[in-house]
Design a protein around this ligand. Structure first.
Ligand code: PSU
Ligand code: MN
Length: 327
């Protein structure tokens, strides 16, 4: 049960205004720390790519998480954009982390609170450390005017959602936030057809990159047709213009890493059974499944995960650069 001091309560009530991200007020902005590089890039209209932090704290083990986070930032820089990793440190939402902050977040791992949109007020008010999921990262990115966001996979409609009602707030956040999210599709730990249906309900434009099929994270194919297809970063950037809702750009895992896909898929089935047996539900389910699949595949899934995140960072940076040239 959460309890708050009076100063925490005033920070909390300020943050409860986060219901409408696009109308985020100055007071809320004053709680946020933007790194000098990111701030500079935003004011000069340079390409910026937002990066989430739950993938660092809960998605991968230490020290591969730190290594990957650094490499992803380097890829973004090499391709002409400025990386903005987003996390909450001691209650301060940070847009752009320095090396020491990244190191702290990575080594704290799962002891950092997994922070979805609804958790932001609590983490800030209690001055805790929070790793932002896609939904919380979208909130902060849109608050400061970032238009492109790279991740590995987004959350979605969980299997058995027909009775658990477990649907990630990533999907509703995408529906109200005009940001382009680059992911490798969604994992088969989720119900992919239902996730695509829900994205349609939320008016999220979904396109696969150089493919007619929506990818399933570790594999290039999910068995579901992508709602649309785009073949170049420039076309992606054009799509991004004038959108009021979000866009999901699904980039299939690079061919040389998809070979292990079937083995990872059977480990996923086993992990899903174990999660049900052990009654792992709610926001603990995704981190449990990611870690278990990695164990069961002897690290193969982690290697594939790292490869696809880097590939997404490359394509996402190209989109961000093309977009900054259009504006
Ligand atoms: N899917 C992945 N890797 C991840 C996540 C999802 O393949 O690291 C993380 C992301 O941060 C995403 C969050 O926003 O999990 C979704 O969690 P939930 O299913 O509890 O909404
Ligand atoms: Mn959930």
């Amino acid at each position: 049960m959460a309890s708050y001091s009076s100063s925490s309560l005033s920070r909390l009530s300020t943050l409860q205004n986060h219901i409408s991200p696009l109308e985020a007020n100055n007071k809320l902005r004053s709680l946020v720390k933007i790194s000098p590089q990111v701030s500079d890039a935003i004011s000069n209209g340079r390409a910026v790519v937002a990066l989430e932090s739950t993938i660092i704290s809960h998605g991968m083990p230490y020290p591969q998480n730190l290594q990957t986070a650094k490499e992803v930032e380097s890829i973004v820089r090499e391709n002409g954009a400025v990386p903005a990793t987003i996390a909450i440190l001691n209650g301060v939402p940070c847009i752009g982390l320095n090396e020491e902050e990244l190191e702290r977040l990575a080594s704290l791992g799962k002891s950092v609170q997994k922070t979805a949109g609804r958790d932001i007020p609590h983490v800030v008010a209690t001055r805790a450390n929070g790793a932002t999921t896609v939904s919380a990262t979208l909130f902060f990115a849109s608050m400061v005017g970032i238009q492109v966001f790279v991740t590995g996979g987004i959350g979605g409609v969980h299997r058995h959602a027909d009775h658990t009602m477990d649907i990630s707030s990533d999907l509703t956040a995408l529906g109200r936030t005009p940001i382009a999210v680059i992911s490798a599709g969604v994992k088969s730990i989720l119900d992919i057809p239902k996730t695509l249906e829900y994205l349609e309900t939320q008016e999220v434009y979904v396109a696969a990159y150089k493919s007619d099929e929506f990818p399933a994270f570790f594999t290039e194919k999910s068995g579901c047709k992508a709602p649309s297809r785009v073949d170049s970063p420039e076309d992606y950037a054009n799509m991004k213009l004038n959108r009021k809702a979000g866009i999901l750009f699904a980039v299939p895992i690079p061919k040389q890493h998809s070979a292990a896909g079937n083995r990872i898929e059977s480990a996923t089935q086993r992990a899903l059974t174990e999660a049900r047996e052990q009654n792992v539900t709610g926001n603990a389910e995704t981190p449990f499944l990611l870690a278990r699949v990695n164990e069961l595949t002897g690290g193969t899934s982690l290697a594939a995960n790292i490869a696809l995140v880097k590939n997404n960072a490359l394509i996402g940076s190209q989109i961000a650069v093309a977009l900054s040239q259009l504006m």
